[in-house]
Write a protein that binds this ligand. Structure first.
Ligand SMILES: [Zn+2]
Length: 175
């Protein structure tokens, strides 16, 4: 039952919300405005639609970096990783693996699955993507998934590989 209900630490210099005091972060060097600087209206619309979906999940924080913007509640559950003429690449994290041909790649990280999506038009951020994001926000962003099942720190001892079934990730070349 490792649900962490402590408030996030707020960096006094840049206002970044962090799980613990003094955690390494970009500290004010990057901003959403900076990320969007020079973007055309189509790119801004893509970004805006994604932010609207995130905002629809509940309160959130942004963690802008040089080339990406992450979104977090307690932890970073989603990110805009690329924005350009080829569309917008985002990812969101879930404790389960989705099965959808819309996803261009799914990376398994321990018991988590990082779902990658490329979107060309704002309308593609539809109810289905909204539901995925809502689940990601709740389960991973708010860390609800830790309330269920075994604690995530319980790594199998060396040599107990037989207990863990690993399947090759469903890499899809969707574009
Ligand atoms: Zn800071």
């Amino acid at each position: 039952m490792a649900v962490d209900a402590r408030p996030l630490w707020s960096c006094p210099r840049c206002g970044a919300k962090l799980v613990s005091r003094g955690l390494s972060h970009s500290c004010g060097r990057f901003s959403v405005a900076g990320f969007l600087k020079g973007r055309d209206s189509r790119e801004r619309a893509l970004f805006g639609r994604f932010v609207a979906l995130v905002a629809g999940c509940g309160p959130y924080h942004v963690a802008p970096a040089r080339t990406r913007v992450a979104f977090l509640v307690r932890v970073r559950f989603a990110s805009v990783n690329r924005l350009g003429p080829g569309g917008m690449d985002v990812h969101f994290v879930l404790p389960r693996q989705l099965a959808s041909t819309r996803l261009r790649r799914i990376d398994r990280v321990g018991r988590l699955f990082v779902h990658h999506l490329r979107v060309l038009r704002p309308e593609e951020f539809d109810a289905e993507v909204g539901a995925w994001l809502r689940e990601s926000y709740r389960e991973y962003g708010e860390r609800r998934w830790l309330r269920k099942g075994s604690p995530p720190a319980a790594a199998p001892p060396a040599g107990a590989g037989a207990a863990r079934r690993t399947r090759g990730g469903p890499r899809r070349s969707g574009g």
